[in-house]
Design a protein around this ligand. Sequence first.
Ligand SMILES: CC(C)(COP(=O)(O)OP(=O)(O)OC[C@H]1O[C@@H](n2cnc3c(N)ncnc32)[C@H](O)[C@@H]1OP(=O)(O)O)[C@@H](O)C(=O)NCCC(=O)NCCS
Length: 194
Amino acid sequence: MTDQVRVEGKRVVLRDPRPEDVEARVRWETVEIEWQNWDWPCEGPVEALTEARVKKYAASIAASIAQPLPSPRKRLWVERIGGPLLGWVNQYHYDPEARVTWVGIDICESAYWNQGLGTEALLLWIDYLVESLDLECLRLGTWSGNQRMVCCAEKCGFVVDKVNSGSREVRGKRYDGLEFVLNQEAVSKRRGGA
Ligand SMILES: CC(C)(COP(=O)(O)OP(=O)(O)OC[C@H]1O[C@@H](n2cnc3c(N)ncnc32)[C@H](O)[C@@H]1OP(=O)(O)O)[C@@H](O)C(=O)NCCC(=O)NCCS
């Protein structure tokens, strides 16, 4: 069994999944779902979650939690220290030649938004990845209607690198797709613990 990863901050901890996390993960698909309107919102009717679908979903999450975890991790759960599980951070499209990876974050518990917890979690995640991978830069994608994410990314040192004007339609309105970069200088600073 691989060692457990646990990255402690002041108010949140990033950690590996546990079997008991399934309950929270199902809650984020059934009861606490507002985050989905901001993450990667899409048009069209949402398929109803029947009891059978929830059970199947819970079983598939439990199975994925039981899988051996890659090192470094592609995803860690975000937990409020002394409080509930809040969401996750992830990385994807890692390109070792270009020395770049994309990162994402979802704080699914909406009662915990706008308290600086997402920024703390994303900074912990950036530091974990910068220590674990040979990175020149990190990238993050969002859309202009998600000002919480824009603000959180900027507080972490990301700057807008590419604007795809009007490329996102959300609830009948056009928004820009935004690509942020945490450039080499910022990554070096974080590597140095700045
Ligand atoms: C986006 C997300 C990760 C940010 O985490 P968070 O803990 O809420 O963020 P923080 O509190 O660290 O920072 C949010 C900032 O946005 C600001 N903000 C909130 N609403 C805003 C608005 N409408 N316009 C401008 N700024 C706004 C807050 O004031 C805060 O800045 P401050 O600390 O300077 O006051 C979290 O809200 C979330 O997961 N939301 C749902 C899913 C999602 O959007 N995921 C990202 C997909 S790309």
